[in-house]
Design a protein around this ligand. Structure first.
Ligand SMILES: Cc1cc2nc3c(=O)[nH]c(=O)nc-3n(C[C@H](O)[C@H](O)[C@H](O)COP(=O)(O)OP(=O)(O)OC[C@H]3O[C@@H](n4cnc5c(N)ncnc54)[C@H](O)[C@@H]3O)c2cc1C
Length: 407
């Protein structure tokens, strides 16, 4: 056989590399078809509209108001809440949507979580029928945006015992005095849920305060944050603010009612943290597949694969835990301790995961341009807000030992 008769071997095509996928155990398949379609719609919006612009807003410490019309069209206002013009759906759907948003931008998820979970959730859980009818529909349509004022400059973790903001009844009105710090959305939103201690019975009560029309209500934007920079956090001052009795959340009697809201929203922070880890992992994996060192993609190195495997394990464990939590919540069995374990575990795993992602990008890991640096910084705030890691473990510790170790 001459060489001329030998058919030339076709050039070997390189095998396509697997696309980064942070749903390794197909947890998204636990949703029904309709709810999955909602999550996919949110993913498409986040990837097409938010991802291309969000780093610039993050670097500039600015909120992307241009994206709000698109958010309204998604029809996700009041997700997880039934009636009152809310989007409804299961608690799992709300979680998956938050995870999906955080996968692209944890700040955007926080903006959504503060409005939908903390502000609307407070009214949904603590408001009278009349209050829900009045406030929830415009909030579900995003015509009125809310915030949640619990933390104070001098009292953070200890708000259950030492809240300094006071409420004094005077006929049909209440007079509120005090300060609130770190309040997400506060510098520009319409409604604040303000938690204050009633001087008459020393119990914590909640008030709907209209930011733009209440004399004595002032907000200063908190500057120079290093995490969740897209969210605008405010330092609120309340100076003899007169709030009508009809704006006091009628079903809330004490800090136990604050805790009812926090139980729900802490669990939601777990989804945000897991989304944050997913975003960091997917960005890092893609980078590792493309980045060459020593003439080879760094994804082919054993020690790099070890970190990627650990990251995916953290994410998968967190997702499975949250899906079970959603079942417990749907069955009315979710306890404060359940929510605390989930918040502490998922945010700690997120923090570990984003740090490994940052590590895998080498120097580029600290540049905002590669996304991973943004996830890395944002994870710090998720880890601390809505109750720090220590506070969650103290709640859990009390439940499992029978001893309170708060002080
Ligand atoms: C970006 C961001 C957004 C936020 N958004 C909001 C919001 O919208 N609304 C709102 O009300 N709040 C908000 N917060 C506030 C947040 O919930 C608090 O920061 C958090 O609860 C911790 O309070 P602190 O910062 O005062 O810390 P501190 O309470 O001063 O705690 C400092 C440290 O001491 C530890 N510690 C405290 N007590 C104990 C104890 N008994 N045992 C062991 N360790 C303890 C804590 O774990 C922590 O490590 C936000 C915070 C951030 C950073």
């Amino acid at each position: 056989m001459t060489t001329a008769t030998v058919a030339a071997k076709p050039a070997k095509q390189p095998k396509p590399l697997p696309a980064p996928n942070s749903d390794f155990y197909d947890v998204y398949e636990t949703l029904g078809a309709e709810e999955l379609a909602t999550v996919k719609k949110v993913r498409a919006f986040m990837e097409a509209k938010v991802a291309p612009v969000i780093t610039k807003y993050w670097v500039d410490d600015a909120f992307p108001f241009e994206l709000l019309p698109g958010v309204k069209e998604l029809g996700i206002g009041g997700l997880g809440m039934q009636g009152y013009g809310c989007a409804g759906g299961s608690v799992a759907l709300l979680g998956f949507v938050l995870m999906e948003i955080a996968r692209i931008d944890p700040s955007f998820a926080t903006f959504f979580g503060v409005h939908d979970g903390l502000a609307m959730g407070s009214i949904y859980l603590g408001g009278s029928e009349e209050q829900k009818q009045k406030w929830l529909p415009p909030m579900a349509r995003w015509e009125k945006i809310g915030c949640f004022g619990l933390t104070e400059p001098l009292v953070g973790s200890g708000t259950s015992r030492g809240m300094l903001t006071t409420a004094k009844r005077d006929g049909d009105t209440w007079i509120l005095n005090g300060e609130k710090k770190w309040i997400g959305n506060a510098p520009w939103c319409d409604i604040s849920i303000i938690w204050a201690r009633d001087v008459a019975d020393n119990q914590v009560k909640a008030f709907i305060v209209e930011n733009k029309t209440t004399p004595g209500f002032k907000v200063e934007k908190i500057q120079n944050k290093i995490a969740l920079k897209v969210v605008q956090n405010g330092h609120i001052t309340l100076e003899n603010c007169r709030i009508p009795e009809e704006n006091r959340l009628q079903q809330d009697q004490s800090f136990r009612d604050t805790a009812r809201v926090l139980k729900m929203t802490r669990f939601m922070v777990g989804w945000e943290a897991t989304g944050c880890a997913m975003g960091a992992y997917e960005n890092a994996l893609k980078y590792c597949q493309e980045r060459l060192q020593f003439g080879r993609p760094i994804a082919s190195f054993q020690m790099v694969q070890d970190l990627l495997a650990r990251m995916l394990a953290n994410i998968t464990a967190s997702q499975c835990l949250l899906v079970r939590m959603a079942q417990l919540q749907a069955e009315g069995k979710l306890t404060d301790a359940h929510a605390s374990l989930a918040k502490a575990f998922t945010t700690a795993k997120c923090r570990e995961t984003v740090a490994w992602a940052r590590e895998l990008l080498g120097g580029n890991g600290i540049a905002a341009d590669y996304n991973v640096g943004r996830f890395f910084a944002d994870a710090e705030a998720l880890y601390s807000y809505e109750g720090t890691f220590q506070i969650q473990n103290l709640i859990l510790g009390k439940a499992i030992t029978g001893f309170s170790a708060f002080v």
